[in-house]
Design a protein around this ligand. Structure first.
Ligand code: SAM
Length: 353
């Protein structure tokens, strides 16, 4: 193994940051042995803070309508083939009832940016979930909003908010998004969310079109600056009805390596083994956990909605909708030395975070 890369890994573990050039060297120079070492270190850090417990989140995909035109996304506004649906409040509450019975104590309401979901409606849904299940956390992932809207969401009881920055490089951002979207606004949203008091999550796709190692270095530097409570990364997976239909999918191996690096950089972060990882690799979720992730997000959406929330081809959407699915997930995790925890699974500020 290249000893300088080993030293960079040790530096990351010790100082929790690297320069841009060092990130590029680590990312470009990595091999299987370095990745194994990184995963071992990341696992040890995670066990120190979260033990061998894996948190589960019930994902409810509330709308496939979106006013945005993100070029990579299957539900973008310009995809005329996308099947659109939105869940009624009663459907969402029914998903929570079912999820609660199964043991979920966090519900993640995610959707395209759908103007149907006004601030009043979102706040009343959040308020009802919190009234029905006071011991549960609600995570929202509904895109870019004003600071005022985020504050209303928070005051209605929402605990967490997921908004990936997608890429921290201006030019790269422009190559993935239409001109009416900006990295500046995305970042503004994330800093607003933190200031308001949310447990805030950011992240990016690995292997998105045009992405370079220098872009990934920028992503790591941005995460270091933002210090989010949650970091979701997953491989880019093409969607047949987008302009990126012929682009290759991102690398599972690189995603796993970066999960380990993020665990070393932000030891206390809640890091999901994302559905995109499970989509590209049948054991992707388990591999993500072994690499340092500590969260899984089984799907609680009604089955007919799940088939329509197609962000990318062949999207994995199983795992939590039934007691059987959850039992299987639990068994798979037990086999590799981890256990599902029935709790809200909040961000834990450890002594060394
Ligand atoms: N509208 C909200 C937002 O913008 O954060 C939430 C929904 S958005 C579809 C959720 C995430 O899906 C995005 O942050 C993006 O990273 C991911 N995503 C979209 N298209 C993808 C693709 N083709 N491959 C992998 N992930 C994708």
């Amino acid at each position: 193994m290249d000893i300088t890369l080993y030293r960079l890994l040790e530096k990351l573990e010790r100082e929790r940051s690297l320069s841009s050039g060092e990130w590029v060297r680590l990312i470009e120079g990595r091999d299987g042995e370095l990745a194994r070492l990184a995963a071992g270190k990341a696992d040890a850090v995670r066990r120190r803070i979260y033990g061998n417990r894996v948190y589960i989140r019930g994902l409810i995909e509330i709308s496939s309508y979106c006013k945005n035109g993100c070029l990579y996304c299957g539900i973008n506004r310009d995809n005329k083939n996308a099947v659109r649906y939105r869940l009624e409040k009663s459907d969402i509450l029914a998903c929570c009832v079912k999820g609660y019975e199964l043991g979920f104590r966090t519900f993640v309401l995610q959707g395209g940016e759908d103007p149907y979901f006004t601030d009043d409606l979102v706040c009343s849904i959040v308020g009802e979930i919190k009234a029905m299940f006071p011991d549960c956390a609600v995570t929202l992932s509904l895109g870019e909003k004003s600071g005022q809207t985020y504050r209303r969401y928070f005051e209605s009881g929402a605990d967490r908010y997921l908004l990936r920055h997608e890429t921290a490089d201006e030019e790269h951002y422009k190559s993935l998004h239409p001109p009416d979207m900006s990295l500046e606004n995305r970042k503004r949203c994330l800093f607003d969310l933190k200031k308001i008091g949310f447990q805030a999550g950011s992240g990016f796709m690995v292997g998105s079109p045009h992405q370079t190692a220098a872009n990934l270095a920028d992503d790591m530097l941005f995460l270091n600056e933002l210090e989010p409570h949650m970091v979701g990364i997953g491989p880019f997976v093409h969607h047949k009805d987008t302009v990126f239909a012929d682009e290759p999918s991102g690398s599972v191996e690189l995603t796993l390596f970066l999960i380990s690096c993020i665990r070393l950089m932000l030891p206390c972060a809640l890091i999901p083994a994302t559905p995109a990882l499970g989509t590209l690799d049948g054991c992707g979720r388990e591999k993500g956990i072994c690499a340092g992730a500590n969260v899984v997000m089984p799907n609680l959406s009604p089955p007919d909605a799940r088939d329509k929330y197609m962000l990318y081809d062949n999207k994995l959407s199983s795992g939590g909708e039934s007691a059987e699915g959850l039992r299987q997930l639990s068994e798979n995790l037990n086999k590799i030395g981890y256990e599902i925890e029935i709790s809200r699974g909040d961000f834990r500020k450890g002594m060394n975070c």
